[in-house]
Design a protein around this ligand. Structure first.
Ligand code: LMR
Length: 400
């Protein structure tokens, strides 16, 4: 009965790691998936995560019972505070409902299914380009995707006017997906002033913002600064959805830990929304796993661990920024043709190099450098040792 099944293609991002793992070359470098690596090219488990785990292990009152459908209550409360701010009026007024989710992807999917069932205008506008999984999560969750202009290949920056024009032309009430900070894959974010312009258009058209917040703390190194866009939309009193992930900022990739918050106009509505989110989650996976939520809640809820976390987070963000400078300087020193200032200007984990698929394939074939076909490189995968090799590869492919 399964004879007719065709071989599916590998995932455009995670498939890069599959190909990387098969390559026996000692010079290979994986700049595909957005996962932080140390200067030695190793995955990093944060010290605060180790400490939180030790505390959990020592606590004999912990058991392995089911969590509630919406997850660990303390984790949900602290996650909402992290993104909205400890003094958030919306939280004080009990207008925010938060559920634990299977990282950012799970939060987006639960949000999509909730909107498909309860929101009158289930269509979502996403930036071009966007994280590839957005284009799959939303339609499969019952919300068709439409594009809006975002990245301008000519300037390698934001096509602000194109974005504003598209949002103005989008229907009243449409859902708009916004990357809260450190846009993936381009590393191009609106300025604070541009965010204000975007907010005004979205609110004037009663559109519904859905923030994907996977990099809080990774863009600027400051958790509060990176929450600016989301907080400005919540401060105006309107509704929004927020998907949070702790994969990058706590290095909890495999724990699949994140949250979905829905900011409503009243406490009564938030409570009803919460009851409906349970009906989305229960038939999907019943209730979420506890471990990642307990780690994150220990860090978020303990003053010392939280302070240590911000230091470790800043160190990761700073190493990435230093990689930007080193790569830029090395390309300059090689005399590589082209303007590479976008490497310095773009922020967060990724640089959108502007290299085309043929150039990417050349670099993989000849230099064993693995990256996504859209020309995105994960700066977090680079080190002082591997930068000269990457610069050689870029130089060779640009010179053709
Ligand atoms: C990425 O874009 O590389 C990350 O968000 C990991 C993923 O799941 O795609």
């Amino acid at each position: 009965v399964f004879e007719h099944i065709q071989q599916a293609p590998e995932d455009p991002i995670l498939g890069v790691t599959v190909a990387f793992n098969k390559d026996p070359s000692p010079m290979k470098v994986n700049l595909g998936v957005g996962a932080y690596r140390t200067e030695e090219g190793k995955p990093l488990v944060l010290n605060v995560v180790r400490q939180a785990e030790e505390r959990l292990l020592a606590d004999r009152t912990q058991n392995k019972e089911y969590q509630p459908i919406t997850g660990v209550a303390q984790f949900n409360k602290l996650s909402a505070q992290l993104i909205l701010g400890a003094n958030s009026v919306a939280i004080k007024e009990n207008r925010v409902t938060t559920v634990q989710a299977l990282s950012g992807t799970g939060a987006l999917r639960v949000g999509a299914e909730f909107l498909a069932k309860h929101y009158g205008k289930p269509v979502i506008y996403v930036p071009v380009p966007t994280w590839g999984n957005h284009n799959k999560i939303f339609p499969l969750g019952g919300v068709p995707v439409k594009p809006y202009h975002y990245y301008d290949p000519k300037t390698r920056g934001l096509d602000y006017q194109g974005m504003i024009d598209d949002l103005r032309a989008a229907p009243v009430g449409a859902v708009v997906l916004l990357h809260a900070c450190a846009h993936n894959p381009t590393g191009v974010d609106p300025t604070e002033e541009q965010w204000e312009g975007i907010r005004k258009v979205i609110r004037s058209k009663q559109q519904l913002p859905f923030f994907d917040c996977a990099y809080q703390g990774f863009a600027s190194g400051s958790l509060d600064t990176d929450a600016h866009a989301v907080r400005s939309f919540v401060a105006d009193g309107g509704e929004c959805l927020i998907a949070q992930s702790y994969a990058k900022n706590m290095g909890l990739y495999g724990e699949r830990i994140g949250a979905l918050s829905i900011v409503c106009r009243s406490a009564a509505v938030a409570s009803r929304v919460d009851s409906q989110l349970k009906l989305v989650i229960r038939p999907m996976y019943s209730s979420p796993p506890a471990h990642g939520a307990l780690i994150a809640a220990s860090i978020l809820g303990d003053r010392d661990l939280f302070a240590d976390w911000t230091v470790e987070l800043k160190a990761m963000a700073d190493r990435i920024i230093s990689m930007r400078h080193q790569l830029y300087d090395t390309l300059k020193a090689r005399g590589t043709p082209g303007d590479w200032t976008h490497i310095l200007k773009q922020i967060g984990m990724f640089t959108f190099t502007g290299l085309n698929p043929e150039q990417v394939q050349f670099m993989t074939r000849e230099y064993h450098i693995y990256m996504t076909l859209d020309g995105r490189i994960s700066m977090a995968g680079l080190s002082t040792k591997t930068i000269p090799h990457l610069a050689d590869a870029i130089n060779a492919t640009v010179l053709g």
